[in-house]
Design a protein. Structure first.
Length: 126
């Protein structure tokens, strides 16, 4: 018997590729600048619209609080300030729709007017 055992020849196994080294056979995917720009614009729109809406709605809430704490309240002034607060709520929705380049004629504009007006009237007239 011989010490050499006969094995079928095995194909050489390629070494595992190290991830931190460049591989000319497997280049990294290229970046699409247009896709990255579109994502950035979408994020900017959401940030800008959320800041605009929250700022304008704070103004609307301030008008409702002003209507609640008038020193010499009359019914007309309380209702007037509440309606102005509702108008600013509608302006907030229009600003968000304009920033996102959506049609401005929407039921959301009606909701932007009705919700602050209804809440304001409830708080002022109770």
């Amino acid at each position: 018997m011989s010490n050499t055992s006969e094995r079928p020849t095995e194909a050489p196994r390629p070494d595992k590729r190290r991830r931190h080294l460049m591989d000319p056979n497997g280049p990294k995917p290229t970046h699409n600048p247009y896709l990255e720009d579109a994502r950035m614009i979408r994020v900017q729109q959401w940030v800008m619209s959320s800041l605009a809406v929250t700022t304008i709605l704070h103004l609307s809430v301030g008008l409702i609080l002003a209507a609640m704490f008038l020193p010499n309240p009359s019914l007309a002034s309380e209702i007037g300030l509440t309606i102005i607060a509702g108008a600013f709520g509608a302006i907030a929705v229009v600003a968000a729709l304009a920033i996102h380049k959506k049609p401005l004629a929407s039921w959301w504009v009606v909701a932007g007017f009705v919700v602050p007006t209804a809440v304001g009237l409830f708080l002022v007239l109770r």
